[in-house]
Design a protein around this ligand. Sequence first.
Ligand SMILES: Cc1cc2nc3c(=O)[nH]c(=O)nc-3n(C[C@H](O)[C@H](O)[C@H](O)COP(=O)(O)OP(=O)(O)OC[C@H]3O[C@@H](n4cnc5c(N)ncnc54)[C@H](O)[C@@H]3O)c2cc1C
Length: 467
Amino acid sequence: MYDFDVLVLGSGPGGQKAAIATAKLGKRAGVVERRDMVGGVCINTGTIPSKTLREAVLYLTGMSQREMYGQSYRVKDDITVSDLLVRTQHVIGREVEVTRSQLSRNHVAMLAGLGAFVDEHTIEVSDGTGRETRVTADKIVIATGTIPARPATVDFDGATIIDSDGILHLERVPQSMVVVGAGVIGIEYASMFAALGCKVTVVESRTRMLEFCDIEVVEALKYHLRDLAVTFRFGETVAAVERHTKGAIAVLESGKKIPAEVVMYSAGRQGMTDALKLENAGLNADARGRIAVDDFFRTQVPHIYAVGDVIGFPALAATSMEQGRLAAHHACGEPVNVMSKLQPIGIYTIPEISFIGKTEDELTSGRIPFEVGVSRYRELARGQIIGDSYGVLKLLVSPDDHSLLGVHVFGTGATELVHIGQAVMGCGGTVDYLVDAVFNYPTLAESYKVAALDAMNKIRQIERLAD
Ligand SMILES: Cc1cc2nc3c(=O)[nH]c(=O)nc-3n(C[C@H](O)[C@H](O)[C@H](O)COP(=O)(O)OP(=O)(O)OC[C@H]3O[C@@H](n4cnc5c(N)ncnc54)[C@H](O)[C@@H]3O)c2cc1C
């Protein structure tokens, strides 16, 4: 007899959903988590703080209203770190409470501390004060997430040279910042600080950024960020960062020197597996701390599952939650489907980006014919009302069977709008549905109909010429 049917390590989105799904199936569930990290990276240091910070930046700078009220429009002139953090701390607090209450309502036992394997069914929980407790479980779900990767050669001090966690501890809004790494996290923070008036330089060793996104969308984003005084240094590598009393100098391999008040490294993430003593359970992790799993999130020890960022790509809160639920259902013997490959990507830059399905480049290299239907927000009444003249929605449509191959959105509400396309694609619908559908007016959702008509007009033109 084990103490738990399913014991989960980590209370981020993956762990939380695994524990609650277990409890809903009438099984005994427990979660091991540090006292001050309930809700995981997602609530405490990652998704929630960064998205709340973005909302605070958008509101206080008045950026989204400037098309209406002029370029000098501001809600507050001197935006301080405490202006930004007050909203962030408020939301974090509320989200932690929601998580705690959901777990307790569902009778999930909370074990405070960090867990490590003693053997493949036993976990030792250390609460950080020297107290250790052993618990056993029939099935175990590892959902321990990641921490920012820190290059060994860089002397992080938490004030001048920071990683993405350090953003939440800045004492003031810097006037200049170097962002090392143009991945999603790097570019999201680069846009927020640029919107605050900070002079941002992004250094990226690759020659492109966000290469998995639609190239036109990325070009549009770069245009907007340059307009906010962001400088891009693609194909460049930071060789060293010198720390001085009033800031730092990033020295690039090319010899360029970039002075900045703050240098933020956003150089990938490392799985939190070091403290797990995986070897005691017959498991291991790769050099980046990631654990390999099968389609049902089973590790090589079949009663031990792993979900969320610790298993690597796509490393999103959205996917982690679903992985947690599926792993728990599988562990409890419920029938489960393999996770759908059709998943949206949301990037909360300013302006935001979202897409689902294929890009034009992927379709072209796969020799899959497609037609493009475009709708520009400035031609929608809602676009005019909200003052978004740059937003665009693009549908990629198969001229053969009219199926939707991809949906790409740039501009206000992109991360919400994409789900209409996802629903049509997921249910096997075609562009014909969007042509015939009536949408509320005036809305941004209407862009689907406009883009669908555009795609169909182009397809019809080819058919007419070919007759
Ligand atoms: C700045 C930033 C912005 C992001 N923005 C987005 C976004 O907009 N949308 C999105 O979908 N995703 C976003 N993400 C990614 C998202 O936060 C992660 O994908 C998600 O949090 C991963 O969930 P997880 O279940 O793997 O656990 P995590 O949230 O990573 O939490 C893991 C938890 O496990 C605990 N833990 C570690 N080791 C042990 C142990 N030995 N025993 C017990 N507990 C342990 C840790 O304390 C931690 O609380 C962002 C991430 C960052 C850093």
